[in-house]
Design a protein around this ligand. Sequence first.
Ligand SMILES: NC(=O)c1ccc[n+]([C@@H]2O[C@H](COP(=O)([O-])OP(=O)(O)OC[C@H]3O[C@@H](n4cnc5c(N)ncnc54)[C@H](OP(=O)(O)O)[C@@H]3O)[C@@H](O)[C@H]2O)c1
Length: 255
Amino acid sequence: MKHSILILGGTAEARKLAEKLAGDPRFATELSLAGRTRAPAEQPVPVRVGGFGGAEGLAAYIRKKGISILIDATHPYAAQISRNAAEASRLADVPLIALRRSPWQRQAGDRWTEVGSVTEAVEALGSVPRKVFLTLGRQELLPFEAAPRHHYLIRSVDPVEPPLDVPHAVYLTSRGPFAEADEARLLEEHAIEAIVAKNSGGPSSYGKIAAARTLGIEVILVRRPDLPDVPSVETVEDMLAWLAHAPAPPKPSLK
Ligand SMILES: NC(=O)c1ccc[n+]([C@@H]2O[C@H](COP(=O)([O-])OP(=O)(O)OC[C@H]3O[C@@H](n4cnc5c(N)ncnc54)[C@H](OP(=O)(O)O)[C@@H]3O)[C@@H](O)[C@H]2O)c1
């Protein structure tokens, strides 16, 4: 009997895991995306797109598709879907394992200001106009309209539409990974004085953090949300090791 795996994705790790599982005869793997990105990266396994309708909807989907392992490989700031996954795993009685990158740790030379929310990040920028690099999701940018005195450089995967109601904003659209040298060049080119970012962890968006350290630029980091306490691993390799020893899937009932 094969395991039917549902990966809740939207991250580089979810894609990498799907790549490793594609074609593995022990598993039938499907990847789920929220549908936020207009042109999502191509994926190596079948994909379904869009919300399930809360934890109940996810549990119903798991039952209908005969999913035997649920993997939460969503972004560490996507707290709602992680809570839904924990609840759906309980409701549908399937094992859940999360793939979660550990957060970046402060190093000597880092000028970090940690804040609890995007609104607090806006406050932390202060009253003197600054040149600020925002690397947040499109949906999280609105609070910066309350601080129109700053000059913003805004990078997102999809265009910010409508643009922010601020007088000084430059927009960049691109998808990581971002190398440290390129990030340093960008920071210097725009004379950036502060960066607002999430503590995403992992290597693909660390370039700006390392470049900021070298250039002595302040980084205002929005703290991670609380996530449900579920079994978890930190790397794709550890997930593969866990799956190799996963209990056999339940036999189909003869009803
Ligand atoms: N938040 C970030 O900073 C961030 C950064 C990079 C990538 N992402 C990715 O973008 C997606 C959305 O993030 P978010 O912060 O908006 O999520 P969220 O606030 O935790 O979830 C909101 C709702 O979106 C739906 N959803 C989220 N992820 C889904 C998935 N993988 N498959 C199907 N439905 C999903 C669920 O809808 P229903 O309740 O209707 O099922 C969920 O309740 C996630 O897949 C995440 O991995 C997020």
